[in-house]
Design a protein around this ligand. Structure first.
Ligand SMILES: [Zn+2]
Length: 306
């Protein structure tokens, strides 16, 4: 039976529009109650390793060291550190989406970001493998630039999102422009595509999405390869944001700790990770396995349940 590969991804950043509009002036990634320390604790409690897309472009606001520290804390806890690109902070023209940049500028930013992650994580850390464009604002050039910069996977595609100009696939992973594109997974609600994100869907809808995806994976093939000879349909992404651990009622001018939201995420992720028909893997693990034509194998590590 083919198990469902569930990739949990977290965009690690301050809320972007409120920061652009200067509604707050402190780096909340360092906040022990709502920032990276709280995220690490949450994922540890759930027994889940995630792909954490760190918006290193914010180093233009806070300086490089707080972003390096965030990357190190996530990697030390066993998570994959991926690259999240919001060009706005690095761009004199203040363009918000990657697709607004010419291909050579996108490649320059992606190569710079990969170098930032390598410097932060040090010798011995694996090369950055996964990328997500800020606000899903990628186009085909983004994927080509990722491939040339050595990335295995991109997860910017959000079919139906107004900023997303790269839609090689709606729901299933596909090789496109030299990378494995792992789209933002969505479900239909009232005829609208809604991403599988605890901020957008309640637990029952998320678990129904996992039920459906796990059933589809099991039906899609035998142990190796699939019945039809195409790739097995064995992938689902679940994403949220680092600031989802807090709560705001004033448009992110303030962000309060929200233990109830953290507890909900711990329980939800823990339940999903414990399912016999689900395997939680990072994007790197999934992309590597797909490239090698085998089933993904989760690493053991500090973030993984015993
Ligand atoms: Zn973002």
């Amino acid at each position: 039976m083919i198990r469902l590969n569930l990739c949990v991804s977290v965009d690690v950043e301050n809320p972007q529009t409120p920061l652009m509009e200067k509604r707050f002036a402190e780096n909340r990634l360092a906040d022990p109650r709502t920032g990276v320390p709280a995220l690490v604790a949450l994922l540890r409690a759930a027994g889940v390793r995630a792909t954490c897309f760190v918006n290193v472009c914010e180093q233009a606001v806070w300086g490089p060291e707080p972003l390096r520290a965030a990357c190190r804390a996530l990697a030390d806890a066993g998570h994959e550190v991926g690259l999240h690109t919001h060009p706005f902070w690095m761009d004199p023209q203040r363009r918000e989406n990657m697709h607004q940049l010419p291909e050579r500028e996108q490649e320059g930013l992606i190569r710079w970001g990969a170098g930032f992650l390598r410097d932060a994580l040090g010798d011995g850390a694996p090369a950055p493998a996964s990328h997500r464009a800020g606000a899903y604002g990628a186009n085909a050039a983004t994927l080509r630039a990722c491939a040339r910069a050595g990335f295995l996977a991109d997860s910017s595609t959000f079919h139906g999102h107004p900023f997303c100009r790269a839609v090689p696939t709606a729901d299933d992973p596909v090789r496109a422009h030299g990378v494995l594109e792992l789209p933002v997974s969505c479900v239909l609600r009232d005829g609208q595509r809604v991403k599988v994100d605890p901020d957008a869907l309640d637990d029952a809808r998320i678990e129904a999405a996992v039920d459906a995806a796990a059933a589809r994976a099991a039906a899609s093939g035998t142990v190796f390869g699939s019945v039809s000879g195409t790739a097995p349909r064995d992938y689902l992404g679940l994403m949220f944001h680092s600031y989802s651990l807090g709560r705001t009622d004033d448009g992110y001018r303030t962000l309060r700790p929200a233990p109830d939201k953290v507890e909900r995420l711990v329980r939800l992720l823990g339940r999903l990770a414990a399912r016999p028909d689900v395997r939680v893997v990072t994007l790197r693990e999934y992309a590597t396995a797909r490239a090698e034509g085998r089933a993904a194998t989760p690493q053991t590590g500090p973030g993984r349940a015993a």
